[in-house]
Ligand binder design. Structure first.
Ligand code: CDP
Length: 254
């Protein structure tokens, strides 16, 4: 169809201030969270956020593998973020690449700072994040899914950790970038927040923002995170409603 090589840059911001998918600059993509869909894991969550579909499973606290990573005075948090080969337009080569390693590391560090790790010395808390369908913001969707999965597993934490990416398209600072905005915009800033204290536990940035734009982006991200926080809490309430779906209801039907 199109010519090979130069990609046409889409119009990211219309004259009416609307974005490529009709959203306002401060609008999130639709987000739905299911807590506890996997019965084998200690905790799990599935997040559908725009066109992202992300599953998280948590195991632990359990024995540390490999053993030499064990810490005598605290649990370690190990995270594996993985993108399925079929999750993107052009098939992704399976396995751990540098990007996945980086994302796994920053997510593990984010959770290590909110989990009460000192309560479980010599153990590991293992977080698996599988991206089944990707459309930008998957590390944030991964943090959201993992956070609900950790709560579902009963791991004591300071708070749930909502996350969202903010960025810049055209002249505008915008909330929750989708793929075209991520690819063709001028900045991408994923962040994860501890809502009660306002502490950021993950903050990365690609591209350029002025000091004012950065301040606006952080404000927008904090508001976005607080909205996502409400959806996360509701997912956990739904999971533990006595009349709700889940392993207990399934057991009764058998
Ligand atoms: O997903 P996230 O925004 O956290 O990370 P990114 O590295 O900024 O990637 C942005 C998007 O690019 C991903 O969500 C995918 O949609 C896409 N991507 C891809 O198509 N193939 C890859 N190997 C990596 C990313």
């Amino acid at each position: 169809m199109g010519s090979v090589g130069a990609k046409e840059v889409p119009v990211l911001l219309g004259p009416d201030g609307r974005r490529i998918d009709g959203r306002k600059v401060d609008e999130l993509r639709p987000i739905a969270i299911t807590a506890g869909p996997l019965h084998q894991a200690d905790g799990s969550a599935f997040v559908e956020w725009g066109q992202n579909k992300v599953m998280a499973a948590v195991y632990g606290p359990r024995e540390v593998h490999p053993r030499h990573l064990q810490e005598n005075n605290k649990a370690i948090v190990q995270c594996r973020y993985n993108m399925a080969a079929f999750s993107v337009d052009e098939r992704k080569r399976p396995g751990l690449d540098r990007r996945s390693q980086e994302i796994s590391k920053v997510i593990a560090e984010a959770f290590e700072s909110v989990i009460f790790v000192e309560e479980y010395p010599r153990t590991s808390i293992d977080v698996y994040i599988e991206v089944l369908q990707a459309n930008a913001g998957t590390r944030c969707a991964g943090v959201v899914a993992a956070s609900v999965a950790l709560a579902d597993a009963g791991i004591p934490m300071v708070d749930l950790v909502p996350a969202v990416a903010v960025g810049k398209v055209g002249d505008a600072v915008v909330l929750d970038l989708k793929k075209e905005e991520d690819n063709f915009g001028s900045a991408d800033l994923p962040m994860a927040l501890v809502p009660q204290s306002g502490r950021l536990v993950l903050l990365q940035m690609e591209g350029h923002l002025s000091r004012d734009e950065l301040a606006r982006a952080l404000d927008l991200g904090v508001v976005g995170c607080r909205k996502i926080y409400e959806v996360m809490k509701q997912a956990l309430r739904d999971r533990y409603r006595t009349d709700g779906p889940g392993p207990a209801a399934e057991g009764m039907a058998a």
